[in-house]
Write a protein that binds this ligand. Structure first.
Ligand code: PEP
Ligand code: MG
Length: 622
């Protein structure tokens, strides 16, 4: 009917459509629409592709099949899965129940005499809840309708948790947490059984809700072609590791219906932050073409490997590499890097189930020092905390990036720190290419304490244990605003400084580097960051301390030109970025870079700086 619609009606329709379009895109992506279409409208109808948006976090295009990251045992994120073999699922479920009942009996037995009889009776209640006449029976019914044991269990248990949560009686309301706990306990057995027998596809796209660098430990990295995480941002550590490995990655892809994509083919577009499911043939072909072009570009860059690092007017610069994984060693060597500017020692710690012993650490460090010798290798001491939790050293904090991180943990746990320092020093014996770097320095006292411990460890090794080890150069990271204003004092105490722009940007701009919601505010080209970099440079010069930059800013051609123009001659970056940066600096004279940096420093916002640098580099022909 043609008529004039009121503004309220229009707003109402827009609201309904916005809700519906999200639901439809979701259903298309998960195949729910296809199932409906073949059931109700006849098979053979074509599905439209769905494109989800996130934050581009590691460039490249990856096409592969989804593997969901090992679930942490969370009832709320169990995928809705179906099985064609309900008998096996029932058997798996019964085994899990048996194991939990045994746990409960043992737990109850162990607490005899410590709890009163009412509290002890709770264990019997839990055991009875798992019986066939109670929750157990309900779940088995759900499995028989086609659900896997995990999905059936989580949906039944969550229904009961909600019922308890809504009760008026506060005592009963609190029981929701008990039911939830019981649910997790059974789920952990179910997850453990499932993990053993899922075959992995040849080309893996790893997908998870909140992936950290640890997730890579469970996957054969050589088969990994893409990573998607619903949380996190392009400066999360997972993204940094993915860039080092050259794996296309999209972070903060909050709309991806991850629990329902297992086994589906996805395209990960790490250039633009897109995730495509059910791609049309045309789109798939254009992505394959992009992959091919990228490969040719990378091969082409290899020509620059041994070209001396000199600008057209003869000014020298040094490009170093950031590393930490065994898998990126080959890429680091192939990039022609002159040294390792940052070895993140926490990375080998992440993929283990306990702290490595001193001897185990010696073996890890020695392997890397030998691989790069005689080139210097800058080993940064353990920088855990923030978004780098060790599975065996959990830290639970409201504000982890402002909390117990890096050197703070090392100094509170000198036994861990000293073992690491001893291992580093022992690993360097006879090679003498070690440099030790301290992360997250925010006070001079921290630095002095750490230096004392390092000297003590060296002295013990040489005079008591008879090792013949040189005292390596010691450096500090400048990555906290407090350190920016004490560069001179810090620089007088150490042999070198290195700027961690990833953290410096987050702390200067008060933007969590891991939070996709504020990712648009995280920008290394913010005028305040550029000013801080200028201050650091001048202060380091004033005390004659060697200075480099090892944050991600150094690994982008635009960032590198700005830094070079400010006077920075030593940049450290991931191996996959190095030759691109080298190509740009080889084409830019020092006068041009200085001019770009000086004009950028007068601008008032980050996007003007970015546009200006892009335009200038285009004019130069980069
Ligand atoms: C940095 O903060 O810039 C840095 C190099 O260290 P990380 O990214 O490991 O915190
Ligand atoms: Mg840092």
């Amino acid at each position: 009917t043609q008529r004039r619609f009121a503004a309220e009606e229009e707003a109402f329709v827009v609201t309904v459509c916005a809700q519906l379009s999200g639901a439809i895109a979701h259903a298309e992506a998960t195949g729910a629409l296809r199932r409906l279409a073949s059931a109700d409208l006849g098979a053979g109808r074509k599905q439209r592709e769905a494109i989800f948006h996130g934050i581009p976090s590691s460039p490249g295009v990856g096409i592969g099949h989804v593997v969901l990251a090992q679930q942490t045992v969370d009832l709320y994120s169990v995928p809705e899965r179906f099985s064609e073999d309900p008998d096996t699922e029932v058997e798996i479920f019964r085994q899990a129940l048996k194991a939990v009942k045994r746990d409960m009996q043992n737990l109850g037995g162990g607490l005899q005499g410590k709890l009163n009889s009412e509290e002890l009776a709770l264990f019997d209640v839990f055991i009875r809840m798992l019986d066939d006449t109670s929750l157990g029976g309900e779940v088995i019914e759900a499995i028989k309708t086609g659900h896997t044991a995990q999905s059936a269990w989580s949906s039944v248990i969550l229904k009961h948790v909600r019922t308890f949560q809504e009760m008026d009686d506060p005592y009963l309301r609190e029981r929701a947490a008990d039911v939830d706990g019981l649910g997790k306990r059974v789920l952990s057995y179910l997850v453990a059984t499932n993990r053993q027998d899922i075959p992995l596809p040849r080309r893996i796209v790893l997908v998870g809700e909140d992936l950290s660098a640890t997730a890579l430990a469970d996957i054969p990295v050589n088969r990994l072609v893409g990573i998607i995480s619903l949380r996190g941002s392009s400066n999360s550590h997972l993204a940094i590791v993915a860039r080092a490995l050259g794996i296309p990655t999209v972070m903060g892809a909050i709309d991806v219906p991850w629990t329902e994509l297992e086994g589906e083919e996805l395209i990960v577009d790490g250039f633009n932050g897109h995730v495509v499911s059910r791609a049309s043939r045309t789109l798939r072909r254009s992505y394959l073409q992009r992959q091919k072009e990228e490969k040719i570009l990378i091969q082409d860059l290899q020509k620059l490997r041994d070209v001396p690092c000199k600008t057209p007017d003869g000014s020298s610069f040094s490009l170093w590499v950031n590393t930490g994984l065994r898998q990126d060693t080959i890429a680091s060597l192939r990039s022609g890097a002159e040294a390792v500017g940052l070895f993140r020692t926490e990375i080998p710690f992440l993929s283990r189930s306990s702290f490595p012993t001193e001897d185990e650490q010696v073996a890890i460090y020695r392997e890397h020092l030998e691989t790069f010798a005689p080139r210097p290798v800058t080993m940064r001491t353990l920088d855990i905390g923030g978004d780098k939790d060790l599975p065996y050293f959990p830290i639970d904090e409201e504000n982890p990036f402002l909390g117990w991180r890096g050197i703070r943990i090392s100094l509170d746990h000198p036994e861990i720190f000293l073992v690491q320092i001893r291992a580093l020093l022992r690993a360097s014996e006879g090679l003498d290419n070690l440099r030790i770097m301290l992360p997250m320095i925010s006070t001079i006292t921290e630095l002095d304490d750490a230096l004392d411990l390092i000297k003590r460890a060296h002295k013990e090794l040489v005079s008591e244990d008879g090792y013949n080890i040189m005292m390596p150069p010691i450096g500090a990271m400048i990555e906290v605003p407090a350190a920016v204003y004490q560069v001179a004092e810090i620089g007088q105490r150490v042999d070198f400084l290195s700027i961690g722009t990833n953290d410096l940007v987050q702390y200067l701009l008060a933007v969590d580097r891991n939070n996709p919601r504020v990712a648009g505010l995280y920008d290394a080209f913010h005028p305040s960051v550029l000013r801080a970099l200028k201050i650091i440079f001048e202060q380091a010069e004033s005390v004659g301390c060697q200075l480099s930059v090892c944050g991600e800013m150094a690994g982008s051609p635009h960032g590198a030109v700005l830094l070079f123009g400010m006077g920075y001659k030593n940049l450290s970056m991931s191996a996959t970025a190095l030759l691109r940066v080298k190509a740009t600096l080889l084409a830019t004279s020092s006068d041009q870079a200085r001019e770009i940096a000086s004009r950028a420093s007068l601008m008032t916002d980050a996007s003007s700086v970015a546009d200006f640098v892009s335009q200038s580099l285009e004019e130069i022909g980069c």
